[in-house]
Write a protein that binds this ligand. Structure first.
Ligand SMILES: C[S@@+](CC[C@H](N)C(=O)[O-])C[C@H]1O[C@@H](n2cnc3c(N)ncnc32)[C@H](O)[C@@H]1O
Length: 281
């Protein structure tokens, strides 16, 4: 619904620079990649759902009133949030216009507003939210201090932030397999827990913190790479190989990944999940 939508162009980069100036992550590529994945995302996002429900179970009692779903994707959790009786309004914020368009269509609700914006430059007033929920999204933000300062700015005093994000062991099998082939960055780098905690230290009081390792299994490597493509989680680090990796290198990568094949015949893919519930100081 038009009245529920904010269509302002996202301010795509921190500190007024273009993403190519200084960011390791290219936000235009991130937005384009997730926009392209909007139609296929819901059918492939099993681990995102599992982690999001786990986060909901930890966070929902802390969330009330006006809540932002940050990096809301297809809006599945925006919809789950608005179904909670203590939540009055959800601001569903995402960088990818394609994701928002799909979400608006599939999950339209009078009390959900759809906003295209960058998490690191939110078009929201100071002290305007009671809570923030963010599932599987903030790993796409490179400047964690800036991100958490921005969230803190829009939270009311003692407002709550609940998030899940990815740690550096995520997709380690992919990363290690490519490392045997060349020096390009083929897999997104995720920041360690200490970096998260450091970025949160000044502005927030920790309420709950948890870490979980999840190992997914695939018969064929293509199933994993197609799944990553289908949810929009392409490699967007600068330093990634331009164009198509040569056939020989792809074969070498495949062979290297085979070394991880387990005794049950399956290929593993590790996800390291950090959960956090924090209160604005
Ligand atoms: C893996 S999806 C998760 C979607 C949803 N939260 C879920 O649990 O299904 C990550 C989402 O974060 C969004 N995103 C990435 N970087 C962002 C940023 N800087 N600001 C806002 N959204 C961002 C992407 O466009 C994508 O829709």
């Amino acid at each position: 619904m038009a009245s529920n939508s904010v269509t302002a162009q996202p301010r795509l980069s921190p500190r007024g620079q273009s993403p190519s100036d200084s960011s390791v992550l290219d936000k235009r590529s991130i937005a384009a990649s997730f926009s392209r994945a909007a139609q296929s995302y819901d059918s492939l996002a099993a681990i995102q759902r599992q982690v999001g429900h786990q986060l909901m179970s930890q966070a929902s009692r802390h969330l009330q009133g006006r809540v932002m779903d940050l990096g809301s994707g297809t809006g599945y959790f925006s919809s789950e949030l608005i179904d909670q009786s203590q939540i009055d309004e959800v601001l569903s914020v995402d960088l990818a216009e394609g994701m928002l368009a799909y979400a608006r269509q599939q999950r339209s609700h009078a009390n959900i507003r759809w906003i295209c914006a960058d998490a690191e430059a939110l078009p929201l007033a100071d002290n305007s939210l009671d809570g923030v929920f963010s599932n599987f999204s903030i790993q796409w933000c490179e400047d964690l201090p800036r991100l958490f300062d921005e969230i803190r700015r829009v939270l009311k005093p003692r407002g709550m932030l609940a998030f899940s994000t990815l740690g550096p062991d995520t997709l380690k099998e992919l990363r290690q397999s490519w490392a045997k082939v060349d020096d390009f960055v083929h897999v997104n780098r995720f920041q360690p827990r200490q970096q998260l905690q450091q970025a949160l230290a000044n502005g927030y009081q920790p309420r709950q913190q948890q870490e979980q390792l999840i190992e997914l299994e695939y018969q064929r490597l293509n199933q994993l790479t197609e799944e990553l493509k289908g949810i929009g989680a392409h490699n967007v680090n600068q330093g990634r190989i331009a164009g198509l990796a040569g056939r020989k290198r792809i074969q070498a990568f495949r062979n290297a990944y085979e070394d991880f094949r387990k005794s049950n015949g399956m290929l593993p893919a590790t996800y390291q999940i950090y959960y956090g519930v924090y209160q604005k100081r």
